[in-house]
Design a protein around this ligand. Structure first.
Ligand code: NDP
Ligand code: A1CAB
Length: 279
């Protein structure tokens, strides 16, 4: 397996061409980590989708799994957990022992992937998020049994190009899935509500959207740059007897923090369930 230092010779085959595949390949191309000519994509049946990816990013669509595997130095599995076994059984006919497999599938263990492929090839299991498309993913990565430090480093380099990378034990990828894999959806859900509140009180929708986005952006930067803990940043906004205090009282009456904690833990639990259901 070549390293990204030799990235001109790297060929990545995306098995699965949905949301996360597009976010990752879009980020890789935008950041000029690989050229479109180095990326193949395949999916199950959606021709329109492959055409769209070809036209938008210049990547090569294919349904010839054998040739794609043969020509790829790395395969990136971006199929749903329920499709994992069937697709891996098919891929196993063509995969070489030195071929690096990167999985982004929630819940599916590297042990199961190796078993289905029937090959002791190196597997790096990851959990990125869709912010990959703007270079801001938080990606967890863990090595399977046959992966070496250099395989980990190759995958880390690729994902570092589209955000931050955190190496964790494979078992911890479940909680990363809840926190940072699904996490953006929980934030968007809150953003939808913030926008709705502005509109309900009479603001134009576009102004309400801009205020929401700038507020989230500013808060994220504060979390990143300020030295205070989140609770201290919150306290600084909360004047005694003021508006924030009144608003927080409403959030507390709905157990907002507990709801967020439970949502993340439930998503993590679901990741474990998917792993058991589809093993
Ligand atoms: N979306 C996200 O934010 C994240 C998702 N993930 C993980 O990524 C994986 C994909 O998720 P997501 O992108 O959201 O899902 P999508 O439903 O958007 O995409 C799934 C893709 O898999 C393809 N596919 C299905 N069956 C086959 C097959 N037999 N051979 C080849 N391709 C096949 C589908 O093709 P077709 O359309 O033709 O059926 C489709 O392109 C999941 O395992 C998920 O856990 C991980 C991190 C974040
Ligand atoms: O919803 C899902 O199952 C996937 C995994 C993390 C984000 N999306």
């Amino acid at each position: 397996m070549r390293t990204l230092e030799n990235r001109d010779t790297l060929r990545v085959g995306f098995v699965g061409a949905g949301s996360i595949a597009e976010s990752i390949l879009g980020g890789i191309i935008k950041n000029e980590i690989l050229s479109p000519a180095q990326i193949y994509v395949t999916n199950h049946q959606n021709d329109q989708r492959l055409l769209y990816l070809q036209q938008r990013y210049g990547v090569s669509p294919t349904r010839d799994l054998e040739t794609m595997v043969k020509d790829s130095t790395m395969l990136l599995l971006a199929i749903k957990p329920k499709e994992a076994k069937e697709v891996c059984l098919r891929l196993g006919k063509y995969i070489r022992r030195d071929q690096l497999i990167v999985s982004v599938m929630a819940g599916i263990s590297t042990k199961n992937i190796n078993e289905w492929l029937g090959v002791d090839c190196p597997i790096i299991r990851t959990m990125p998020n869709t912010s990959s498309s703007v270079g801001l993913s938080a990606t967890g990565i863990a090595a399977g049994r046959y992966a070496s430090e250099s395989h980990l480093e190759i995958a880390a380099q690729l994902f570092r190009a589209i955000g931050s990378v955190f190496q964790v034990a494979e078992a911890d990828l479940h909680i990363l899935t809840g926190l940072s894999g699904s996490g953006p959806a929980f934030i968007y859900y809150m953003a939808e509500a913030m926008e709705q509140a502005g509109v309900k009180a009479g603001l134009p929708a576009d102004l309400s959207r801009e205020l929401t986005v700038q507020t989230l952006l500013g808060a994220a930067h504060m979390l990143l740059k300020a030295e205070e803990e989140p609770a201290e940043l919150r306290r600084k906004i909360t004047s005694p007897g003021g508006t924030t205090e009144a608003g927080l009282a409403v959030l507390n009456s709905y157990s907002f923090q507990q709801a967020m904690i439970d949502a993340i833990l439930r998503a993590a639990e679901k990741s474990e369930e998917l792993g058991k259901l589809y093993r």
